[in-house]
Design a protein around this ligand. Structure first.
Ligand SMILES: Nc1ncnc2c1ncn2[C@@H]1O[C@H](COP(=O)(O)OP(=O)(O)OP(=O)(O)O)[C@@H](O)[C@H]1O
Length: 492
């Protein structure tokens, strides 16, 4: 396949191919340490206090490895970005594009503009891909909204606003939020880029403080989720109906389940499509583990034991519901933890929690699926699934929600970093859910003992220090290693 697809006039369906042997590593030594310290901490920052100084996954190695989603044959310079944008991405510490950035940008920047449906693994730089297109297309001289980005949560919208601020620092492109409690209802919105949640965006349009007539780029991030949830899908359609003719629609996500693909194709007609196969969705930098707990109550004992022993940078604990209950019990047990869920009424309270987590002031965050997607905190080196995410099918069956599982564990292992996920199971049905996950993504799950936390610590730290096995490595299987949790020994 020709790599220079700029100027393509017909939509293309491209499967991102990770077996590409076209190796053009220019030996660029890349260190995130010279970028923004808060967002790009040292690459071995996943461990605390154990003296591990070896950087295991060098970004320069990964970006030269054709099997990595971070692989690129081009430089940012070759993608034809303006000097002002180049200065912004240089300040952010970016040296080379990831595969999705390299593939998507020429398609997005081609004229006349084409719609796009783009899929790439979690933490591989989709935000930068759509933001670079926005920054390149906005006419700074026109003080009107020209790009609209829809995000499922206020936390993601704020994060994307931050990316715009940093990346567009030298461009004079201005951004504005359309999220609850951040809109001045007495003022017309005149920033070039509006970033919002669907409900508030509709409200701003309805109140006529957001004029959409000059919008030329319409981005729906986490699009499978936005177009699948009844409420948000309706709101996204209502926003789309207000868009002027010829708007470029771009849908982004790490997951596009078959159930939403045809809908997405109608939402963004004649789109260029970049897609992945199931087995390519997980990233090698995330070690997926599980613990077999005795029963529901034992899960809390295991959780507190884990946090007594493990020294980890930052971590996220996911629970489907009742995050507060775990928060209260962990706090009573003497652990310093923070909690964020959608029932937290006060949005400034939500903002404080996530800001504290980003800055490292809070190191353990207990949350629900509200933060499963998109949140990018480089220091997160462990994700705990206190329970696995589930969903109800049209026929009323409860099944494991594989996309949400993938997004949850994707809060660690961002852009070539390493991290671990630990999922708790405690009976036959949760065991079955875990098997479904392993089968769906075709990944090995390592069992770690629920009754020997010191051993868990050794396994976790060994992975965080040495990363996934590289080609030619002899893998030392621990006595707990199993490739698939197909058989659960106990009959619980
Ligand atoms: N070319 C690059 N070089 C170095 N770092 C990069 C590059 N592109 C993006 N990053 C960094 O990688 C991290 C992950 O990017 P981003 O949040 O956009 O991932 P994503 O693909 O949108 O993930 P998710 O699917 O979880 O939403 C961010 O911290 C971002 O600054």
């Amino acid at each position: 396949m020709s790599r220079d697809i700029r100027g393509a006039s017909r939509p293309q369906d491209i499967e991102l191919n990770y077996d590409d042997d076209d190796d053009d590593d220019e030996g660029l030594v890349f260190s995130l340490n010279d970028g923004d310290a808060a967002n790009n901490p040292p690459r071995n920052s996943s461990l605390e206090d154990d003296g591990a100084q070896d950087v295991v996954l060098k970004l320069s190695d990964l970006q030269g490895d054709p099997s990595s989603p971070l692989y690129s044959v081009k430089t940012f310079e070759q993608l034809g970005l303006s000097d002002e944008i180049m200065r912004g991405i240089h300040d952010m510490g970016f040296r080379r594009p990831s595969k999705i950035q390299e593939m998507a940008l020429p398609l997005l920047l081609a004229n006349p503009p084409h719609n796009m449906i783009a899929q790439s693994q979690s933490g591989t730089g989709k935000t930068a891909a759509f933001m670079l297109n926005i920054l390149s297309r906005v006419n700074v001289g026109l003080q009107k909204p020209q790009a609209l980005v829809l995000e499922p949560t206020r936390e993601l919208a704020r994060q994307v606003g931050d990316v715009l601020k940093k990346m567009g620092r030298y461009t004079n492109v201005k951004g504005q939020f359309a999220i609850p409690n951040m809109v001045d209802r007495s003022q017309m919105m005149n920033a070039h880029v509006i970033i919002g949640t669907p409900g508030t965006v509709i409200e701003c349009i309805r109140r006529r403080i957001l004029s959409v007539q000059d919008i030329k780029i319409f981005v729906v991030d986490e699009a499978d989720n936005m177009l699948d949830q009844q409420n948000m899908a309706d709101q996204c359609i209502r926003v789309k109906m207000t868009m002027p003719a010829g708007v470029q629609i771009a849908l982004w996500s790490a997951t596009f389940p078959t159930s939403v693909v045809s809908y997405a194709e109608r939402f963004a007609p004649n789109a260029n499509t970049l897609s992945l196969k199931h087995a390519e969705l997980t990233v090698a930098g995330i070690k997926q583990m599980y613990m077999d707990c005795a029963n529901e109550a034992d899960k809390f004992r295991v959780l507190t034991d884990l946090y007594k022993v493990l020294t980890i940078g930052s971590s996220v604990i996911f629970r489907r519901v009742d995050a507060d209950k775990i928060y209260e019990r962990m706090t009573r047990a003497g652990h310093k933890v923070a909690v964020l869920h959608s029932q937290l009424e006060n949005s400034s309270c939500r903002d404080n929690v996530i800001d504290d987590f980003r800055s490292g002031k809070a190191k353990v965050l207990i949350t629900t699926n509200v933060l499963a997607r998109g949140i990018d905190v480089a220091t997160v080196s462990m994700v705990v699934n206190y329970d696995l995410p589930t969903m109800v099918t049209n026929s009323g069956m409860v099944i494991v929600d594989t996309p949400t599982y993938l997004h949850r564990i994707g809060r660690t292992g961002r852009f070539g970093r390493v991290g671990v996920s630990i999922s708790f199971v405690h009976n036959q049905s949760t065991w079955k859910e875990l098997c479904e996950v392993a089968d769906y993504f075709n990944v090995p799950m390592q069992k770690v003992p629920a009754d020997d936390i010191d051993e868990v610590e050794r396994i976790v730290h060994r992975f965080l220090k040495s990363g996934p096995p590289k080609k030619g490595d002899v893998m030392e299987l621990s006595r707990h290693e199993v490739s698939r949790p197909h058989q659960r020994p106990q009959g619980r």
